[in-house]
Design a binder for this molecule. Structure first.
Ligand code: 26W
Length: 816
């Protein structure tokens, strides 16, 4: 493929030096690393802006449909290198840096990382943005401009400590403020209704107004002219509530309005596993959703005139999980109250415009707002929800006469709660899951009854990752090797990676593949030394589990197994295994006590192993601090084994699993989420599958047939490791009692070992044995590793986005 760099090396040099002169009044030699970073970013930004202007005009003129992708999280990672890559400018810049004496790695570290997401859901949204732009699809990502992203994690004495992430402190080189698109969002207050000329008019009085101001972050497509934006909404108090100009009597109210605006976008909620009905969170969701809808209506009117009856033909709103689900009643409100629509007309437009993706079946993560909170905080929205609920229940009554229990399960309002998932399923035109298995579970279980009533809405589109960030950018060595072998068409057609498959038989290719992996391990080790003063031997097997910390992801299974390995080594002076370095990367939600305890347990096992002379030669356990996008970019290319251990049915898809696979790691995993499809793609001989299958897990939960104590009694190794949890081997006695107790007895009347750690332990151990044996056979291992990269193409988000577009969005690619 033809690659079009915009600037030559000489032009790059000139523009960097020129920026420093004009912006900072200094020469390159005098500039600080941060000034140089900003100058470089600014040269890239100029090129993007030129494209943005042209793209916006072309999209306007094409007059086609547009996507608004609403997500409360976008975990974008750094932009400088990915923009360089997408502009095909990396080599021009690399050469310019070399001649100017700029260290590229140092420079890249200067960029603050926008961590505006928790994990999978937010990173998926970011991958989607890359693929949308690359496929020329007109789309806007819409979210909140949090002042503080996800907390920075430090490990102190083996325990997690959270620090604030003030990512905007030194400015953001990428954002473009768009104050002209500001809108007002209203909270609280009361409703006045009056019937005039035969119609009901609702007036919202005494509300608290907040101004939503957008900041746009450009998102470039790869090797094309497309630029979309991520629109981040920020809150400020209305000018009329300026304290100085405010009369005494309303001083209190002015203070309240200012307070609301100040806290609204302050911080991202760090929970991605547990829902709590906090008012501020509800405000955040409504704030960016309402602002987005008001803006898209204004934009539509500018281009198509004031009549909104065909809005759904030009606009599709995608809601990333239920968090932006208030888009549904909010659009009803805007159409009825501002545009004079009847209920029926408004409902027609809304139900043809909103599409919904579900990302979790864990019931504790499903959003259910207290009705009282909704009533007092968003009174008009609440009123609309009541009417939507009335109509839905009426319809369900026709279908299931007398079946009150079932109808209550499906209702929007029931048991004093607003059930967001039911709202989204009932009123979206599309409901989809994020892997085949997850899509099936939604149909047969989570939304079973809805599936009976409206089967046509349901689909499953397996998640994907942008292989440009996760392979080209993160793993330049492997990328160069691949391009040398099969050319560069895989940059825009990831399925072309399949052409690597026959190269498994090529000894020289296997050797190069192995060399790249070793160099990446070395790079990671150096990075770890720099960041936490602890590296590892690049000749050991590098085994990684990196993801949010959650009981269902079963980091505890991994850690218990390491304790068992330790015991084997200690017991047997001749015990032999290929030396391993096991890395954990995981943030625990600050309020999730048990998850934090698991981090402490991992670190205690790590210390125990490190203190034993023989064990520490065969095993090293590193807890990587502050796992985030840029850490993942160094970690994943180095990994040889990827641990994907979720209890079957619990991980909707997983996306980390795909990143590791693409970078040539082998997976040890359960048949859960997208692992099922990875297994099918790569073949059972190239993956280590263990543990209970989804059907068996469902049967256990349904019938309460599993007894954790039986495993404990029959498996001596597990019994010993668990005893070490509580007998003072790892920490003062008592510290890990809670973990022990939960595995053996369960919590407050629940079943023992609810995530089936003990149940799957035996089969996990067997799989690990095979791994150690296979790793000794370097040829075999490299063949399997190559097969994983070669078969990973279907997990590129380009494929995911094509499927969303063909089946749900129907956008026309922009061309100019
Ligand atoms: C309200 C609290 C809350 C916040 C976020 C609950 C749930 C969430 C997300 C839905 C959690 C999440 O990130 N889910 C992950 O989504 C990924 C992208 O589809 C999947 O790959 C993961 O399997 C799923 O856990």
């Amino acid at each position: 493929m033809q690659q079009h760099a915009l600037l030559t090396k000489e032009e790059v040099k000139k523009s960097i030096v020129g920026k420093l002169q004009r912006h900072n009044g200094c020469s390159l030699a005098e500039a600080t690393p941060n000034q140089i970073y900003k100058a470089v970013a600014s040269t890239i930004r100029d090129q993007i802006m030129a494209k943005l202007v042209a793209a916006r005009r072309a999209i306007r003129e094409a007059n086609g449909r547009r996507l608004y992708y609403l997500s409360v999280e976008f975990l974008m990672g750094r932009s400088l290198l990915s923009n360089m890559l997408n502009l095909c400018a990396t080599s021009a810049y690399r050469e310019a840096f070399a001649e100017l004496g700029i260290d590229m790695e140092d420079l890249l570290r200067e960029e603050p990382e926008p961590g505006l997401g928790n994990g999978g859901l937010g990173r998926l949204a970011a991958c989607f943005m890359d693929s949308l732009a690359t496929l020329n699809l007109p789309a806007m990502g819409c979210t909140i401009r949090y002042e503080y992203g996800l907390f920075r994690q430090r490990i102190v004495d083996g325990q997690q400590v959270e620090l604030p992430d003030n990512w905007l402190e030194h400015g953001n080189s990428w954002e473009i403020p768009a104050p002209e698109d500001s809108v007002e969002v209203r909270f609280g207050g009361r409703l006045e209704e009056d019937w005039s000329s035969g119609e009901l008019h609702v007036r919202h009085m005494d509300y608290t107004p907040v101004i939503a101001v957008p900041y746009d972050m450009p998102v470039t497509g790869y090797d094309n002219d497309m630029v979309n934006v991520l629109r981040m909404w920020s809150a400020r108090a209305p000018k009329s509530f300026d304290l100085a100009s405010f009369g005494r009597g309303n001083y209190q109210q002015a203070l309240e309005v200012r307070g609301m605006a100040e806290v609204l976008c302050k911080v991202l909620y760090p929970e991605d596993d547990h829902f709590e009905g906090k008012q501020l969170r509800l405000s955040q969701h409504y704030f960016f959703t309402s602002a987005t809808l008001q803006f898209l209506i204004a934009e539509y009117k500018r281009e198509h005139g004031d009549d909104l009856h065909r809005l759904h033909e030009k606009v599709v709103i995608h809601i990333n999980d239920t968090h932006p689900g208030l888009a549904i009643p909010e659009m009803m409100r805007l159409l009825m109250d501002n545009e004079g629509f009847s209920w029926e007309d408004a409902e027609y437009v809304v139900t043809h415009m909103v599409a919904y993706t579900n990302h979790t079946i864990l019931s504790e993560a499903l959003e259910r707002w207290p009705e009282d909170l909704m009533r007092t905080h968003l009174p008009r929205i609440y009123q609309i929800l009541q009417e939507m609920n009335r109509r839905l229940c009426e319809r369900l009554w026709q279908r299931f006469p007398g079946d009150w229990d079932r109808i209550a399960q499906m209702a929007i309002l029931a048991y004093n709660q607003v059930h967001m998932a039911n709202l989204c399923v009932a009123y979206s035109y599309s409901v989809n899951g994020v892997s085949k298995l997850h899509g099936d579970i939604l149909k047969r279980s989570t939304f079973h009854d809805f599936h009976l009533v409206m089967p046509e809405k349901f689909s499953a589109i397996t998640n994907g990752i942008t292989h440009r960030r996760w392979l080209m950018l993160a793993n330049p060595r492997l990328s160069a090797l691949i391009t040398e072998a099969i050319g560069d068409k895989w940059h825009t057609d990831a399925e072309a990676l399949r052409e690597l498959l026959p190269l498994r038989e090529d000894a020289a290719f296997r050797e190069s593949f192995a060399r790249v992996k070793r160099e990446n391990k070395l790079r990671l080790s150096q990075w770890l030394i720099l960041n936490q003063r602890e590296g590892f031997d690049p000749d050991c097997l590098l085994d990684v589990q990196a993801k949010r910390l959650h009981e269902y992801k079963r980091q505890l299974l991994n850690a218990l197994h390491l304790l068992v390995l330790y015991n084997r080594i200690v017991d047997n002076p001749d015990y032999d295994m290929p030396p391993r370095c096991v890395i954990f990367g995981a943030k625990a939600s600050p309020g999730y006590r048990r998850a934090k305890l698991i981090i402490r347990f991992i670190n205690a096992v790590s210390d125990l192993v490190a203190r034993h002379p023989r064990a520490s030669k065969l095993l090293k356990i590193i807890f990587l601090e502050n796992y985030c996008v840029s850490a993942a970019e160094v970690l994943i290319p180095a990994a040889e084994l990827s641990q994907q251990l979720s209890t079957a049915t619990k991980e909707a898809s997983g996306t980390g699993n795909m990143k590791f696979m693409m970078n040539g790691a082998l997976t040890i995993g359960t048949l859960d989420g997208a692992n099922v499809e990875m297994d099918a793609a790569v073949g059972r001989e190239n993956i280590y599958i263990f543990g209970a299958r989804a059907g068996e897990v469902e049967a256990i939960y349904a019938g309460n047939t599993y007894q954790a104590s039986t495993v404990f009694e029959n498996n001596q190794e597990i019994r010993r490791a668990m005893t070490q949890m509580i007998d003072g081997t790892l920490a003062e006695a008592g510290v890990f009692n809670e973990l022990y107790h939960s595995l053996l007895f369960g919590d407050h009347g629940g079943m023992a070992d609810p995530y089936l750690v003990l149940k799957d332990f035996g089969s996990y151990t067997m799989a690990q044995k095979r791994i150690s044996a296979d790793y000794r056979n370097a040829d075999k291992w490299q063949r399997m590793a190559i097969a994983n990269t070669a078969c990973s193409g279907i997990f590129a988000s380009d494929r995911t986005i094509r499927e969303y577009n063909d089946n749900i969005w129907h956008l026309a690619p922009a061309r100019w």
